[in-house]
Design a protein around this ligand. Structure first.
Ligand SMILES: *Cc1c(COP(=O)(O)O)cnc(C)c1O
Length: 418
């Protein structure tokens, strides 16, 4: 049974009581499933000494979930001051944190260096001079350029805003050495929601080749390569899951062959978000209105503030109706925003619903609530955790009007006309 089906079963056994107790809408996450995925990943890559996952905090920046990640031995991949602070509040420090930011500000660099620092991953060659203090250990994010990805979210890396270009990468390390760096890593992230594992194997091979080339030229040793995140999950029924076992076996072989040639191998890091928590979250929302015009609309009590992916990327999220089976009608499932993109499903076949039905929007455990916004004054819902012992815990309250109005509480300030 797929992880999310097992979760659905355990959730539905108690859903009436949970919805009554906490009220809808809410995202609920599955501790058991998350832990199993974590264990599976660590075991798959146990053949590479020093393998380390840095959970991509932006996927699910909830301290309770992050504590689970930490208890599984994972570090954190951060891209903002808030994410750095969140990670440090949980006790992570130094090389347990990777800071992979884009278009980075000076303030962000200062925060990255504070409180025991972190592994700094620079996104551009100009940052070698802009980083206030060059740390001992430095990493660059590499953008290979015209290497085709066939991936719709990141697209052709030539058009992606990330990383150091191929013809700059050698100078980037050379210059970092001049500024005092003595320890090195190499990073890239080329995929998003990629379920074809060979793509990740290719990425690892490409980075190892790059390591060979750069270390030969500059006479340096690389401590790690980081193949980024982007591991995909099946959102649609019938889609094949990523074959993590084959991916791990083939990447391990790449490392073994590198070790044979050079007498050592770097460690391998990864910074998955979606793969770790995506399938282990469900957005539970109640049908509150039914509207029949040119199409039939099932209006629910959640909206884009809880989940942007369908509206933003046209992404598919599977929807089931609690206690109902079959596919009796074609509907759009819509939120309450005055924005026509505010739909969780378009022309979807669902059982016949009525007001009061609970809809389960699946696979919302990554890039779900975290991406939500307050447009139209819509507030974000709460987050719950279905704990391993079967209890259900509130792990973030819903936003309230006071939160929305908080930025209107400020001291008067005016720059007068001259
Ligand atoms: C978003 C992001 C990730 C996580 O991506 P997933 O698709 O959730 O695995 C990892 N690393 C970086 C630098 C990112 O920006």
């Amino acid at each position: 049974m797929p992880a999310s089906a097992d979760f659905k079963q355990r959730l539905e056994a108690r859903l009436t009581a949970i919805a009554e107790h906490f009220g809808t809408p809410f995202h609920i996450y599955d501790e058991k499933g998350i832990r199993e995925t974590c264990t599976g990943l660590s075991e798959a890559f146990s053949g590479i000494p020093g393998f380390q996952e840095y959970f991509a905090v932006k996927a699910l920046p909830n301290p309770t979930i992050m504590k689970i990640m930490r208890s599984m031995g994972f570090g954190f991949d951060c891209s903002s001051i808030a994410e750095l602070k969140l990670s440090r509040r949980l006790g992570a420090c130094g090389e347990e944190i990777m800071f992979t930011s884009a278009n980075t500000s000076r303030l962000e660099y200062l925060e990255a260096a504070a409180d025991g620092g972190c592994v700094l991953n620079l996104d551009d060659i100009t940052f070698v001079d802009k980083v206030p203090e060059m740390p001992e250990l430095i990493c660059f994010r590499y953008n290979p350029g015209s290497r085709r990805t066939g991936n719709s979210i990141i697209g052709n890396p030539v058009e992606a805003k990330y990383g150091v270009a191929h013809d700059q990468i050698m100078s980037a390390y050379r210059h970092a050495i001049e500024r005092g760096a003595t320890r090195f890593g190499l990073h890239t992230m080329l995929a998003s929601n990629e379920r074809e594992y060979s793509y990740m194997v290719e990425t690892a091979r490409m980075l190892l080749e790059l390591v060979e080339w750069i270390s030969g030229e500059l006479n340096i040793v690389f401590e790690f390569i980081n193949i980024g995140g982007g591991l995909g999950i099946p959102y649609k029924p019938g889609e094949k899951a990523l074959d993590i076992q084959s991916m791990a076996r083939e990447i391990t072989a790449e490392f073994d062959s590198f070790r044979e040639r050079h007498g050592y191998a770097p460690k391998m890091y990864m910074e998955s978000g979606r793969y770790m928590t995506g399938p282990h979250g469900i957005l539970v929302t109640q049908a509150i209105n039914r509207k029949e015009i040119y199409r039939t609309y099932v209006g629910v009590d959640a909206c884009m503030s809880a989940l942007m992916r369908p509206g933003m990327y046209g992404a598919y999220h599977h929807i089931t109706v609690f206690g109902k089976q079959g596919s009796e009608e074609i509907v759009d499932v819509s939120g309450s925003l005055c924005e026509n993109n505010d739909k969780f499903a378009i022309q979807r076949s669902l059982p016949k619903t009525e007001d009061g039905d609970l809809l389960l929007i699946h696979d919302t455990g990554a890039h779900g609530l975290a991406m939500g916004f307050n447009y139209n004054g819509k507030l974000r819902p709460k987050e719950l955790l279905l704990c391993a012992d079967g209890s259900v815990e509130l792990i973030r309250r819903e936003e309230r009007l006071d939160d929305y109005f908080a930025t209107l509480d400020f001291d008067p300030d005016r720059l007068h006309a001259c």
